[in-house]
Design a protein. Structure first.
Length: 352
C-alpha cells in the first residue's frame, strides 16, 4: 500500500485566532456514535476547524482523521489513508491486523473492505473516523467503496463525513431511517458575538455596528469575509490597522473556493491616491495575465510561492520575500497556493 503523508492523517492545528464554538461541539458530542454524521456547508464555514477542535479536545474517544484529496479517488490511496489513520490511534492494540501490511488487489475493493470492517470490529475501544473534504471523491469506484463502508460500518467506529456538497451516497435513506445526523450552514454560521471575537482576535478592532454590517454581508460565514479588513472603516480614526495575515488567509480561501482560482481586495487606494495596495490570492497554477507595469511596483509574498515572469526572465519569491517588479510587461504565477501584497505607485496610467 502507498505511504500516507503524516499531514493528511493528522488533525489540523487550530490558528491563533480560533474562536471556540461550544454549542456546535456539544452538538457533535450529543450524537449517537452508531449513526453517521454529515457536516455539510460551502467552503469557509469552519467545518474543518470545528471538527479539529472537537477531536483535539476529546479525551474519551480517539479520532482517526483523513483529509481527503483528489488523489483519493484512487481507492487504493483512499483506503490506505483510512487504515493508516486508524492504525495511528493509541488504543489500537499492537496485535491488531490494522498494523499489519495491507495488500491492495486491483478489482478487489469489496474484499478489502470486508477485511477492514472485520479488523475495525475487533477494536477494544470505540474510535471516531473523520473524513474531511468528502466532496473531493467524485469517481464511481471510490464512491462505491465509501458506500460499502457506510453500509457495513462497524459499531465501534463513529463515522463523520465533512463535505462542501451532499455526497452522492445513499444518505436520504439513512436520513429517513433516522440514522443520519447533520450539521449545516444554519448551525455553522457565526453569530454576531462570534464574529466580533474572530475580528478582535484577527487584530481588527471594530465597533459593534461595524461587526454587524460585516456579519450581515457575509451571512456569518467566517471565511466569507468576516475577517475582511475593510479599509477606512472607521472614518474618525486617522490610522487604519489591517491584519494582512488574516486578509491573506481569507483571500486564499476565497481563491480556492471560487471558479477563477483568484481573489483580490484593495487595502489602500482609490482615484485620489497615488499608492495602491492590493492583497491578491492565487490558487497554485493560476496567474495574473501579462500586463504593463502601471508604475513602480513591488510584490510582497505573504503566503506560498510565486514566480514573476518578464520575457525570458523569471524570479521566484516565497513567504517574506519582496520582489521589485521590473518596469516591463510581466506576469505573476502562483507556483503553489499563494497570497501577495501588490503595491503600485501610479506614476503613469496603465497601457492596457
Ligand atoms: N472557529 C473559528 N475561529 C476562527 N476562525 C475560523 C473558525 N472557523 C473558521 N474560521 C476561519 O475560516 C477559515 C475556513 O475555516 P475551515 O474550517 O477551513 O472551513 P471549511 O472547512 O468549512 O472550508 C479558517 O481558515 C479561518 O480563517
Ligand atoms: Mg475544510
Amino acid at each position: 500500500m502507498p505511504l500516507v503523508p503524516r499531514a493528511k492523517i493528522t488533525v489540523p492545528r487550530l490558528p491563533p485566532e480560533f474562536v471556540e464554538r461550544r454549542a456546535q461541539r456539544a452538538d457533535l458530542d450529543a450524537q449517537n456514535g452508531e449513526d453517521i454524521g454529515l457536516v455539510c456547508a460551502p467552503a469557509g464555514y469552519g467545518k474543518t476547524l470545528l471538527l479539529a477542535d472537537w477531536a483535539l479536545r476529546s479525551t474519551q474517544t480517539e479520532t482517526a482523521w483523513v483529509g481527503l484529496e483528489r488523489d483519493d479517488n484512487d481507492p487504493r490511496r483512499l483506503w490506505s489513508s483510512v487504515v493508516a489513520a486508524v492504525a495511528g490511534c493509541q488504543s489500537v492494540p499492537r496485535s491488531s491486523p490494522l498494523h499489519a501490511p495491507w495488500i491492495w488487489r486491483p478489482g478487489a475493493q469489496p474484499e478489502f473492505l470486508a477485511e477492514l470492517v472485520d479488523a475495525l470490529r475487533s477494536l477494544p475501544r470505540p474510535i471516531r473516523l473523520v473524513l474531511d473534504n468528502v466532496h473531493e471523491l467524485v469517481e464511481p469506484e471510490a464512491l462505491h467503496g465509501l458506500g460499502i463502508f457506510l453500509r457495513n460500518r462497524p459499531g465501534q467506529v463513529q463515522l463523520i463525513l465533512s463535505s462542501r456538497l451532499d455526497p452522492p451516497l445513499s444518505l436520504p435513506r439513512l436520513r429517513l431511517a433516522g440514522r443520519l445526523w447533520e450539521l449545516r450552514c444554519d448551525r455553522l454560521r457565526f453569530s454576531v458575538a462570534e464574529a466580533a471575537t474572530l475580528l478582535e482576535k484577527s487584530g481588527l478592532h471594530l465597533t459593534l455596528a461595524q461587526v454587524e454590517v460585516l456579519h450581515q454581508r457575509t451571512e456569518g460565514c467566517p471565511a466569507g469575509g468576516i475577517v475582511s479588513a475593510e479599509p477606512r472603516m472607521d472614518k474618525d480614526d486617522p490610522v487604519q490597522k489591517i491584519s494582512l495575515d488574516a486578509l491573506a488567509r481569507e483571500q486564499l480561501e476565497l481563491a480556492k473556493a471560487g471558479g477563477s482560482g483568484r481573489s483580490a481586495r484593495t487595502v489602500h487606494g482609490g482615484h485620489e491616491r497615488v499608492l495602491r495596495q492590493t492583497v491578491i490570492a492565487l490558487r497554485g497554477g493560476q496567474s495574473l495575465a501579462e500586463h504593463e507595469s502601471p508604475g513602480e511596483a513591488t510584490v510582497h509574498v505573504l503566503r506560498g510561492r510565486v514566480r514573476l515572469v518578464a520575457g525570458a526572465d523569471s524570479w521566484d519569491g516565497r513567504q517574506g520575500d519582496l520582489l521589485i517588479v521590473p518596469d516591463v510587461a510581466h506576469s505573476l504565477e502562483a507556483v503553489e497556493d499563494a497570497a501577495v501584497l501588490l503595491t503600485v505607485a501610479k506614476t503613469r496610467t496603465a497601457a492596457g
